[in-house]
Design a protein around this ligand. Structure first.
Ligand SMILES: NC(=O)c1ccc[n+]([C@@H]2O[C@H](COP(=O)([O-])OP(=O)(O)OC[C@H]3O[C@@H](n4cnc5c(N)ncnc54)[C@H](O)[C@@H]3O)[C@@H](O)[C@H]2O)c1
Ligand SMILES: [Zn+2]
Length: 355
């Protein structure tokens, strides 16, 4: 069954296709929808390229379109200016033009790096996102945030640059290791708690990972629908799109505190969501029982819910350096109850009450 979502952003609108096996329809889609495209630069990483690169290359070649594969080393370290420079070099070598296309084929690292290359090379080349991790399929591939990291922090150089299409093929998730599958589920659970109680019930009903993977298309569709709605209302992340940061202020700080090595992004967000909700429930802001429900669902998928030992002052300082704080205040996302979240602007000095 093919599910399609239209992201409505005026001239930057695009379709998100969610369909098992859709990887093998991309070549045809390009030849039908990007008629002037002569070459495709496939940006991927060594893992994903090794597993699936040949299929995608063949599919594009079969349409008589030229292609080159640019494969980077797997991992966050590739979201760097050094790797970006290598990518620019290869795009120049293949003489890519603005009539052509970039295809990002991988997890969030490849999507963010490749998307930023697309946003900036020749002042912008159209690109298509083909996300291959659950995190990328429900979150990073849609919404147009692209970036690379600097030694001073994550995502410090970036842009808002929407793709021309997103292809989500759940078959690719079969080779994803368990840790990264659960990593993406933290974001799925986040969507449920901020906006969609029925999604939480669907997750509750899953017997195990295999059962979840069988139902994953409908889960992905729900998550993408929520992100679509928030991005359409607030493309540049100044208002309601911030709801997507539930658990992230504390989560980012935990990730950073441990040098991005101890926890994956999703694991840190899991700790962040549980921690802030326990606090807001104690303060009477959140309906009783919500934190326990959240912990139960996170725990079911092996996600951590308790913060490790950390130096409190250093942690608070890291939180205040987060992008979401500005002019003495910080925007926190809190729950009223499962499926219902709101943004609370608090004074920086109050942050201690929530951690
Ligand atoms: N742009 C956004 O809105 C946004 C949102 C959330 C996260 N992000 C970014 O996403 C990045 C994290 O993305 P990620 O979690 O996807 O990590 P990732 O891209 O590093 O992928 C995780 C690992 O899985 C491997 N892999 C990917 N697909 C696979 C598959 N189908 N089978 C087997 N192995 C596979 C990769 O090679 C890598 O080793 C971070 O840099 C984060 O900042 C961006
Ligand atoms: Zn996130």
């Amino acid at each position: 069954m093919m599910r399609r979502l239209g992201m409505e952003l005026g001239e930057n609108s695009y379709s998100i296709f969610i369909e098992r096996g859709c990887l093998s329809g991309i070549g045809r889609y390009i030849s039908e929808n990007h008629r002037s495209c002569r070459r495709v630069a496939i940006i991927t990483d060594d893992n994903v390229g090794g597993l699936y690169g040949r299929w995608l290359e063949e599919d594009i070649s079969n349409q008589g379109i030229g292609k080159a594969v640019i494969s980077v080393r797997p991992g966050e370290a590739s979201k760097s200016l050094e790797t970006l420079k290598e990518v620019y070099g290869k795009l120049s070598d293949m003489k890519l033009t603005r009539e052509d296309l970039i295809l990002t084929f991988g997890g969030g690292v490849v999507g963010d790096l490749g998307g930023f290359a697309a946003a900036t090379y020749l002042r912008g080349i159209p690109y298509i996102q083909v996300p291959t991790t659950l995190l990328a399929q429900v979150d990073s591939s849609i919404g147009g945030k692209v970036a690379v990291d600097l030694p001073w922090g994550k995502n410090l150089v970036g842009s808002f640059y929407q793709p021309k299409a997103v292809f989500i093929d759940r078959e690719l998730l079969k080779t994803l290791d368990r840790r990264h599958l659960h990593d993406g589920l933290a974001e799925v659970i986040k969507y449920g708690f901020i906006k969609d109680k029925a999604l939480l019930q669907e997750l509750e009903g899953c017997r195990d990972d295999d059962d979840l993977l069988r139902k994953i298309d409908s889960v992905i569709f729900r998550c993408c629908s929520i992100k679509k709605e928030l991005v359409e209302k607030d493309e540049k992340d100044l208002g309601c799109r911030m709801l997507l940061n539930f658990g992230h202020t504390f989560g980012h700080a935990v990730e950073k505190y441990f040098g991005y090595e101890k926890y994956t992004h999703g694991e840190a967000v899991s700790i962040g969501m549980a921690h802030i909700t326990r606090a807001s429930e104690k303060m009477g802001i959140t309906e009783n029982g919500t934190a326990a429900y959240l912990e139960k669902l996170l725990g079911k998928f092996g996600l951590p819910i308790q913060p490790p030992e950390m130096d409190r002052a250093a942690l608070e300082e890291t939180m205040l350096l987060d992008k979401k704080s500005s002019g003495g205040s910080i925007s926190l996302v809190l729950l009223r109850r499962a499926g219902d979240a709101f943004i609370e602007k608090i004074d920086q000095t109050e942050i201690g009450r929530f951690i």
